[in-house]
Design a protein around this ligand. Structure first.
Ligand code: AMP
Length: 420
């Protein structure tokens, strides 16, 4: 038997409503904040990701699904969507058309990681990007919007962590200071962190190694090396979060180790999903558009993992109710009127109702069992003497009351089901 690829999952009809509910909250919230949806291809030229995410990151160095296609082009299944959105922004000259582009996406991403709870090889992200403006209100808007979406599901144990990375020059100076601090401890760091000492010293903050964490806890903090104007940017973000009543904490270790990040970084973490606790991460990336060959347009954005958010919902027992109850089940009393029943069922569907009929020659009792299983609001009985007399009996399932309408009078039947 051929099975789904390790680390990928089928989303089955039994829980699709959880996804639809999340997607509908995303779309509603994005509309409220005036973000428009963009859909980009799931594969891109490999160079797009190595240039934007960076050769030194885990994603690019060991997790991407990369292959050479028949035209000898190196292709990669997208490991995230920001790079693709920025590529599309540049390719379609959005910077010349709009002063500010507010875009959102929902879709799959691919990383060859070791699967575990909340970590898959094909997973789904939604996210937003605002490109073209440096206003710190937009940094705050991202955090507020992500928090509103995740809390609208009913999740409670959330922590918003924020930090500021300032400007590249400030970070360069800080990197020197950090290396000076780390030099005496160099031999005590993990092998991975020793490698990062030269290549990407800030990322030592991301280490999960106990020894590294202990050494880093007394390291100088970037925030102390920021200029007045960077601190002012951060202050504005914090004030906007306070006004929006977003509970946040400052996490000086939240340093995304990429050069194009500037000012704000943030993460929304759940305390109910175990080790893979980050539901969402984002920040300002004023250098990225230029890095990918566009104009010097500043941007800010976030990406959130949908499987992880739904796992948190499961662990916190917050479920959306399945909306897919059937409006009407057409129950055939005897086979003589099989075709009439089918035609009535089709008319009900044309009128916009969710309607079903039996295809398996089941008894009336078995059809009623099916109507109950499908959670049907009404059952329309077709057949028997009443149909010969030109009548359809309709049962309101929750109350058990029954009424009859003329079989030629579809309008009345529709009115009853519509309850008007
Ligand atoms: P990142 O681009 O790594 O900051 O990821 C953004 C969000 O995507 C994370 O906060 C997670 O919620 C989610 N995510 C990242 N990698 C995976 C994965 N392998 N499986 C499931 N979700 C993921």
């Amino acid at each position: 038997m051929i099975k789904a690829i390790y680390g990928t999952r089928d989303i089955l009809p039994t829980n699709i409503h959880q996804w639809l509910n999340l997607e509908s909250i995303i779309r509603k919230t994005m509309k409220a904040y005036n973000y428009s949806e963009i859909r980009t291809p799931v594969f891109e030229e490999t160079a797009l990701f190595s240039r934007s995410i960076g050769e030194n990151t885990d994603i690019v160095s060991k997790e991407m699904y990369t292959f050479t296609d028949r035209g000898e082009t190196s292709i990669t299944l997208r490991p995230e969507l920001t790079a693709s959105v920025v590529r599309a922004f540049i390719e379609h000259s959005f910077d010349k058309i709009y002063n500010l582009s507010k875009l959102y996406y929902i879709g799959p991403a691919f990383r060859q990681e070791r699967p575990q709870a909340g970590r898959l090889r094909q997973f789904h992200q939604f996210g937003a990007e605002a490109i073209g403006c440096e206003d710190p209100s937009l940094d705050a808007e991202m955090i507020i919007m992500a928090f509103r979406i995740i809390s609208a599901l009913g999740l409670k144990s959330l922590t918003v962590k924020i930090n500021s990375l300032g400007l590249p020059a400030e970070r360069d100076y800080y990197r020197e200071k950090l290396r000076e601090y780390l030099k005496p401890f160099l031999e005590k760091l993990s092998a991975e962190s020793i490698k990062r000492f030269d290549s990407n010293v800030l990322r030592i903050f991301d280490s999960k190694d106990e020894r590294d964490i202990k050494i880093m806890s007394s390291a100088p903090q970037l925030i102390d090396f920021l200029s007045e104007s960077s601190l002012q940017h951060f202050e504005t973000v914090k004030n906007a979060l306070i006004a929006a009543e977003i509970p946040y904490e400052i996490d000086p270790a939240l340093v995304r180790g990429l050069d194009y990040y500037t000012h704000t970084t943030f993460e929304i973490v759940s305390n109910s999903v175990g080790s893979q606790s980050a539901l969402c991460g984002g920040g300002r990336y004023n250098g990225l558009v230029a890095e990918l060959g566009g104009t010097d347009a500043p941007g800010v954005g976030f990406a959130a993992g949908m499987e992880r958010i739904l796992l948190a919902c499961e662990n916190e027992n917050v479920f959306s109710v399945s909306p897919d109850a059937l409006d009407v089940y057409v129950c055939r009393i005897n086979n003589d009127f099989k075709n009439d029943a089918f035609q009535i069922c089709l008319k009900l569907r044309d009128a916009g109702f969710a309607a079903e009929i039996d295809y398996l020659q089941r008894s009336v009792k078995a059809q009623m069992r099916e109507a109950n299983r499908l959670n049907s609001r009404f059952v329309a009985f077709i057949g028997g003497t009443e149909f010969l007399e030109g009548k359809i009996r309709i049962k309101d399932m929750p109350s058990g009351t029954e009424v009859e309408v003329k079989s030629s009078d579809m309008e009345s039947l529709i009115r009853i089901i519509r309850k008007d």
